[in-house]
Every structure is written in C-alpha cells, then in structure tokens.
Design a protein around this ligand. Structure first.
Ligand code: AHR
Length: 490
C-alpha cells in the first residue's frame, strides 16, 4: 500500500564503520556545566570522587561516552591552563568573559579533567587557546599532558602529583575562530593554525576550528590552505535555533516552533553533505574527519535563571533532534567520524540536569543510551521512500532511520517519526535475515512538551515496544507520533 514508508536495509553490505566518537559530549566552563554539574569539590556533601559527582559518573558510563571536549567553546580561547594546576588554594581566578561574567577559582583544571576522563573511561578532547593565548602555551600544554620523557613540563607535572602522562589524542586548535575565538578570516586562521600545529608534538589528532553551519567558504579556504598532513579533523558547528534574538521557550513551545526547530535540525544532512563534498575535493582519500563538535537545540534560558548560563529544559522535541541528527551522522559515517553534543550537563541540549544533590536524565540522555549500540558497528546502507509531516505550507520528511551490524552480528535499526500528530506505518525489508529474535525499545510520551523534572524524574524513559510484526524478511509497525524506536535483531 503506497501509504507506508518502506526501508530496505542491506544487511549483507556492511561497509564503513560508525566511529564511536560520533557519540561524543562537550563540557564547557559555562553556567553549571562544570561547577555544580560535573564537579562539586571534595568537601561537598554530594557523594564524589576527587570532587567529581559519583551519580554523574555512573550515568555517563552507562552511555559509554567515547570522548569529552573541554574546556570550551568560547571559554577555551580565554583559558590559560597553567592557572588550573598546582595547589587549589593558590590558583589565580578567571573572569568568565563569555558566560555571565562570573569569577571562577580555577579549582577544576587539567588534572581534574583528565583524571575525570579516566573515571568515565572516555577519551579527552582538549580545546586549546589560540584566540588569546600563545603558541608556546599550547606546545607546553601538549608536552605537560602527553610527554613520557624528561622535560620541563613533565617535571612540573610530577611536582603536581602525576607521574605518567595521560592519553590525549584529540586537540582542537582554537574554537569558532570566525567569532568568539578571535574574529578571524579563514585565510588568516589557516595560517595561524599552521603555525600552532608546527610546535605541537607529533602523533596527535589535530582538529581545525570549523565553519558555522552553511559557511562553505570557511571549509573551502581551510582545506585549500592547510596541507593534508597537518590536519586530522575539520570541525563544524550547527545549532537548531531559529532567531538568535528571540529563541523561544525550551518546554512551553508551540507546534510552529517545534516544526521550525526540526527544520533547522534536519539541515544537518545537507550541511554534512556539502561540507563533505568540499573535503572530498581536497582529500579524495578521505583521511580528514568531519568533526561536528557542537550540535543541539538552543532555546531561551529557563525563566529566572542567569541568561549567561544557558540552562534549558529538555523535552520530547530534543529527543527528536537527537534521534534524527544521530541517524544523519551514522549514515554519513564515511566522513563524519566524531561529534559532540552541546552540552553534557545543565547547558543547552543536556543529557543530565542537576539541582544541588538531585540529578535527572533527560529524553536526550535516553536517545543517546538507546543509540549507543551503533558505536563502532558497521553501517548498513538503507534505501527508503518518505512520508511528510506538514505544517502550514511547509513539510518535512517524517521518518529518519539508520542501521548497523555489530561485531557479534547483531543488527540494530534506529527509526524516528517526527510527526507531531500522526502515527506512520513503516516496514523494514531485511531480505535474508533471520527474524526469530527481534526486540525493540521506544521513547515517546503524551505531549511533545513533556520532560523529566526533579519532582517527576522518570516521566520519560524507554519502554519495550511490542507493536510490530516480523515475518519473511519484513518487520512492520505503526510508529507513534514523535517517537524514537531502536530495534535489535539477534
Ligand atoms: O555551546 C555554547 C557556545 O556555542 C560555545 O561556547 C561556542 O563555541 C558556541 O558558540
């Protein structure tokens, strides 16, 4: 019947690996992300390990977060790492120029972050200060954390209590160099980038500060002016926001606002394709990764909270953004090898919200958890037709999907219906696959605006999805409005 969405999944054509780093996160010194979110200090009554909240560590370990970006964002280009080492009581303060003008005591610094990454079993991604720092400072930072021999920086590291270097592969060379990172032109930044990486140790994964959304000229100039052997990753930032001066509410939004935000979120597909096309031209062997190291929904802050802290609630709409965006990344795994949701805790599209000792997991958390089965699995190509979600004169593709096969041969299919009202009939065609052992999990709720609160922390969480039929190489279902479902075929 012509009304259903047919998704053909080519289970025998496993090819590109979905790099687990697509499921990365971001922790900036911004609002209550670090202080109060990750870190409460050793003297806190909140259970902690060296000042890092135990509840947060446990929750993030469940997600299997592959990498964590720090200390910014815009903050990174104001940050002087040497202010964050040594005895905590003696560290200088820093005024957070970009985020609320608050004064920080630098009590969470390099050791705290890198030790926390070890606790989380995640790879650190350090974002170096290019905008207001020096080449020497970045070279010293890299030596301080990675050098295994005798050197002035390893001596200093040892004096601060750490003998062995940490493993820090990912390095961002500045952040948003076109804006808060120094308002540079792409030509100028490309030269600055070359100069910085020249003095860094070898063997690192160096990520250039990339374009904002559709600024294709930025990517073109950087790819042209930076030799391929000097760069491993090209960044891209894209937020789902409609009007920067009037972003609209995070949880009391209209359907019109939902539709427009989803339109922005779904642009990720075109952005990834067009930036990749430019990269293909200069890097036909596909050696340089596209690193979407900031993405997510951005709304007005919650009423009564500091406008500079970017604290927002997280609803089923955010689950729709996460589900569709991660499907785009999976399906473009050939070029997109890393990404970072902005941000992990208490800022923008967070997976965790905290209030003093309380902690809740957001709908976005659950999507990340359901999707972590794709990490390092082989992407399965899909072909599909489409049904549309219409609003006013405009319409958006309603269904998004991606599929993979893991090392044990299990197939996972993630599928999203963004329609605000209609269920959609969907059929997976999996010719030649034994469908004896199929299970599925769903994330949905009564209202798009639904969210978890400190009073009702489990309003939204995944449940078993049973309303499907599987026979003769086909799985059929009616996918409820605004739902995310992940199937497992063992
Ligand atoms: O994530 C919040 C901010 O958004 C980051 O600091 C900056 O890089 C971007 O503009």
């Amino acid at each position: 019947k012509g009304e259903e969405v047919k998704i053909n999944i080519k289970a025998d054509q496993a090819g590109v690996k979905i790099d687990k780093n697509i499921y990365g996160h971001f922790a900036e010194h911004l609002g209550r992300c670090i202080y109060g979110g990750f870190y409460v200090g050793e003297d806190s009554k909140i259970p902690n390990t060296a000042g890092v909240r135990n509840d947060v560590v446990e929750a993030l370990k469940e997600l299997k977060i592959p990498n964590l970006r720090w200390p910014g964002g815009c903050f990174a280009d104001t940050y002087h790492w040497q202010d964050g080492i040594g005895p905590k009581g003696e560290r200088p303060t820093i005024v957070n120029k970009w985020w609320g003008g608050v004064t920080e005591d630098n009590s969470f610094g390099t050791h705290d972050f890198l030790n926390m990454c070890e606790l989380l079993d995640t790879e650190p991604y350090l974002s170096a200060n290019v905008g207001s720092g020096t080449v020497q400072e970045v070279a010293d930072w890299a030596q301080y954390v990675t050098h295994d021999g005798v050197s002035p920086m390893t001596k200093l590291r040892l004096e601060n209590g750490r003998e062995k270097p940490w493993e820090v592969k990912f390095w961002g060379i500045g952040n948003e160099a076109w804006g808060c990172g120094g308002n540079m032109t792409p030509e100028y930044y490309a030269d600055v980038y070359r100069r910085y990486v020249t003095f860094m140790p070898g063997g690192l994964f160096r990520i250039a500060s990339g374009a904002s959304s559709g600024d294709y000229n930025w990517t073109e100039v950087l790819m042209k002016n930076i030799p391929n052997n000097m760069i491993e990753g090209m960044a891209l930032h894209h937020y789902s926001v409609i009007d920067w001066s009037n972003k609209g509410p995070a949880s009391t939004f209209s359907e019109e606002h939902y539709f427009k935000i989803m339109k922005e979120a779904l642009k990720m597909e075109e952005l990834v394709e067009k930036h990749s096309e430019i990269m293909d031209k200069y890097d036909p062997e596909n050696k340089i990764a596209l690193v979407v190291d900031e993405w997510g929904g951005w709304y007005d802050v919650e009423p009564g909270t500091n406008p500079g802290f970017l604290y927002q609630q997280n609803t089923m709409r955010d689950a729709m953004i996460a589900g569709t965006t991660l499907n785009v990344f999976n399906n473009h795994a050939k070029r997109v090898k890393m990404a970072n949701l902005a941000q992990a805790i208490n800022v923008l599209q967070a997976v965790i919200l905290t209030d003093e000792e309380k902690m809740i997991l957001t709908p976005t958390y659950w999507v990340m958890k359901m999707y972590n089965v794709h990490q390092d699995a082989d992407l399965l190509p899909i072909e599909m037709n489409q049904k549309y979600y219409a609003f006013g004169e405009d319409k958006l593709p309603a269904i998004s999907a991606s599929a993979s096969k893991d090392g044990e041969g299990n197939i996972h299919i993630s599928v999203v219906n963004i329609d605000a009202h209609k269920a959609n009939d969907v059929t997976f065609n999996l010719e030649g696959v034994n469908l004896k052992n199929v299970t599925a999990q769903i994330l949905t709720s009564d209202q798009l605006q639904d969210h978890n609160t400190f009073e009702q922390p489990e309003k939204i969480k995944p449940a078993e999805f049973k309303k499907f039929k599987s026979k003769k190489g086909e799985i059929t279902m009616s996918l409820p409005p605004f739902s995310v479902v992940v199937f497992e075929i063992k």
